[in-house]
Design a protein around this ligand. Sequence first.
Ligand code: SF4
Length: 299
Amino acid sequence: IQGGSAALAPRAASWLGRYSLPEAVKAAGVLTALNEQFGEPDNPRKRRLKSLFASRSLDWVLNELKNAGLYPGEGEQPEFSSSGEWSRNDFYNGLLVALPSGSLEDTPEYAVASAWRRVVPFLTSPVRITPRGNLRLHPADRCVAERIKELLRGSRHFPPLSIESCSCRGLPGCRRARAASSLVHRELNGWLEEILHEFGLDDEPVVFRISGCPNGCSRPLFAELAMVGRSEGVYDVFAGGRAQGDRTAFLLRRAVPLGEVRELFRELFRQFALAKGENEEWTFGEWVFDRLLSGETEP
Ligand code: SF4
């Protein structure tokens, strides 16, 4: 966030073209070797592959891939509909088993471990653990997913925001942290759930992330709404990223004490609900971005 250089700043991934699986594996090897040879593998701040793209350019990388005999097939750069757990396609959302606490255990309000134990014998395909620690069933096991939903009927319902949101470790677990992150994550999710409910936005799949320092291990700057720790109990609030993860968020409010975050979020979503009432196509990130472009940076 503070680096100010293209190599260090958050950046969306570059599209390198369409390859068969064996070619893609070979391309990954070529990229790693290029980074070893032309990057700065001994510089902890610049050893990542994105630094190579920043110092050499995308065209240079593509040319090196061609020199290695890798020619991308025909096709258009794909458009992503989401960047994480929550798809804009309800079929895939139906295959997700939510584990918002991050562990497969029963709680008084959500007996997910017991339900899981009953359906496991009927699974026919591998199950994936998603980046946020939820479970995603294979489409071939759609009936199993429906059975779990039946078993969990009447349990606590987790809105898309809580399923999608994530945090890094933060204080006190991370020595680089400036503020708490995972420690306050659940509380913040609770606040946001209440606020979304108040304005009739329960099913709005807002991408929310929090990190304990600008290093941004939870990738807050690719979220629609994010908090980044400045000092203990104080956060910079970012907003306006795209749910698809291909636009970075903007600084919305600097140095907000944790005690004032709830009111800030409440006001933001109050205004978003009004805008959504006039145009239901708005997503939260697009609406904030539009406001920022129009110069209304303060909610
Ligand atoms: S973002 Fe900062 S506080 Fe969070 S895990 Fe990474 S280094 Fe630690």
